[in-house]
Design a binder for this molecule. Structure first.
Ligand SMILES: [Zn+2]
Length: 536
């Protein structure tokens, strides 16, 4: 039954913009989502990742790449861990980075004395306070922990360095113990206290409650360190900031002990949605891909397909409905703007879920201007039919569009789609020997003239040979053999490879001769899209 007419009128009259959602960011004064600091721990926590082994050169390379992203702090492995770790601290502290350099030590005077000699800007001190750690790890009482912490912090401060004091496994520590020690440490002038979900057990609600409570008992900054064993690391970090935390620990690609801590890229993606201006003004998010590639290669992993921002499908749109909306207004299905991160949007069209709007958009990119909406719909049906067997890559879709376009110029487009029933039919139609019109032009403009010259030479030779009839059969066979061999060699050397220029769409077909592999390699390198390589 049709709705009452009044409702229709009301719906039309309803204001359409702005859309107000109860989930929009509010201006909670306690929240620090628009004024946080990043402590990247790839060179400390990340060194605890199963595959990690960083040479000094690699550490320097990673530190420089992190500095290019603009992280506020870079945390390094304890100089007390080994002689090389000590030297690496000194090396990185002397690089003159924009980021402050920290090192991470046990709450112990021995470690503190070593750390202050390395030239770092600050020292992150940690000790376990959970009943598990007190019983099964260091075996110290809270009184002893508090006394040592005061001694270590006072010493570090006397050297003019920044100092943070963190408990370990904070979410399984006694709340009264925790608050008591943080309050004491705050009074002696520590720069930050730290909360660490060392085992990854906390959920966002628990984080919110603990940080909010801590916020009410200390004046200093609050740093948070969340492990990702149960997939809450980024959410916990964000919630901690909402509750008043100020500093968040991250690692490139989230590497670390077991399955790591918040990935730098994923955390920045989350914060970008919270406050785009703050993120873009304080961090160079276009440099994320570089540091991820350096770390991924170094620890012998690949960047995951679904990685935040840089994963190869992070900005790929597939479903027909999504593609149509994205083409009209990318914000419909994109909360992150790929161009802000130096990435490209990609609309996947060679599959059974495709839609004709996306296909039409591709036709326009290829400047196949004689094709109509009706043509786009027919071609889309053919793509769906072929993709039911196997998805088409972009090059195959383009071939189909071009073949149809060429056929339309001689009015054979009504039948051409009927003749393409499999991928093989489509592919076979573009082999150099049975190439489309551009290769025909090429064949006539370059191959035929050379072939003609060769044949005229043979004709002269043949005429002379007739004056000596006994060698005529031999000369004839030889002439044709030579002509054939010459033609084959020439044709082989000049058959075009077909390369699509993804970047500009301006020169859709580029001919690079098989005899000119260097140029082809350079071309491929220039227009390489490493995350969409399969689309070549
Ligand atoms: Zn950790």
């Amino acid at each position: 039954m049709a709705p009452p007419r009044d409702n229709i009128i009301n719906d039309i009259n309803r204001p359409r913009e702005p859309i107000v959602s109860p989930y929009s960011n509010n201006n909670d004064p306690m929240s620090n989502v628009n004024r946080f600091k990043i402590i990247d721990s790839t060179l400390r926590e990340g060194e605890q990742f199963a595959n990690a082994f960083f040479t000094t050169e690699k550490k320097v390379e990673i530190a420089l790449a992190l500095d290019a992203v603009g992280v506020d702090y870079i945390e390094l492995t304890s100089p007390a861990a080994s002689e090389q770790s000590f030297n690496d601290c000194k090396t990185i502290a002397s690089l003159g980075l924009r980021a402050k350099v920290l090192t991470h030590i046990r709450c112990h005077m021995h470690d503190a004395r070593i750390a202050v000699q390395t030239g770092v800007d600050g020292i992150n001190v940690v000790i376990g306070t959970s009943s598990y750690l007190r019983e099964f790890s260091h075996g110290k009482s809270m009184e002893y922990i508090t006394k040592t912490a005061i001694e270590v912090i006072t010493f570090i401060k006397s050297k003019g360095l920044e100092v943070r004091f963190s408990t370990e496994d904070s979410f399984r520590s006694d709340l009264v113990d925790l608050l008591a020690i943080y309050q004491t440490i705050d009074r002696i002038g520590v720069n930050r206290v730290g909360i660490a979900d060392t085992v990854g057990c906390a959920n966002p609600r628990q984080v919110y409650e603990l940080v909010k409570t801590l916020r009410s008992v200390v004046k200093c900054d609050i740093e948070c360190h969340f492990h990702d064993d149960t997939g809450c690391a980024i959410a916990n970090a964000y919630t901690a900031l909402e509750a008043g935390a100020t500093h968040i620990d991250t690692c490139v690609l989230g590497i670390g002990e077991r399955n790591g801590i918040p990935p730098l890229g994923g955390f920045l993606a989350r914060m970008y949605v919270g406050d785009r201006d703050y993120v873009l003004n304080n961090y160079d998010v276009k440099a994320l891909r570089d540091v991820e590639n350096i770390v991924a290669e170094s620890v012998e992993i690949t960047v995951p397909f679904n990685n935040y921002i840089t994963g190869y499908c992070a900005f790929t749109h597939k479903a027909g409905i999504h593609a149509k909306a994205i083409l009209n207004n990318p914000s419909t299905y994109e909360i992150l703007r790929p161009e802000d991160f130096g990435m490209s949007r990609y609309v996947s069209i060679g599959h059974r879920l495709t839609g004709w709007n996306a296909v039409k958009s591709r036709m326009e990119q290829l400047q196949l201007n004689t094709l109509t909406d009706e043509d786009a719909k027919k071609i889309t049906q053919k793509i769906k039919q072929l993709a039911d067997i196997k998805a088409l890559n972009l090059e195959e879709v383009d071939l189909l569009l071009r073949k149809y376009h060429t056929a339309k110029s001689n009015n054979s487009h009504h039948v051409i789609l009927d003749n393409i029933l499999t991928h093989e039919h489509l592919i076979a139609a573009v082999q150099p020997s049975a190439n489309i019109d551009h290769s025909k032009n090429y064949f006539f403009s370059e191959t035929i003239p050379v072939y003609s010259v060769m044949m005229s030479q043979f004709q002269k030779f043949f005429q002379r040979s007739t004056q000596c009839p006994e060698v005529l059969p031999l000369v004839t066979i030889l002439s044709f053999a030579l002509a054939g061999a010459g033609f084959m060699t020439f044709h082989q050397a000049h058959s075009p490879d077909v390369v699509w220029d993804h970047k500009t769409n301006a020169e859709p077909w580029q001919h690079v001769h098989q005899g000119d592999r260097v140029k082809l390699a350079a071309f491929n390198q220039k227009y390489d899209r490493p995350y969409h390589r399969s689309e070549w």
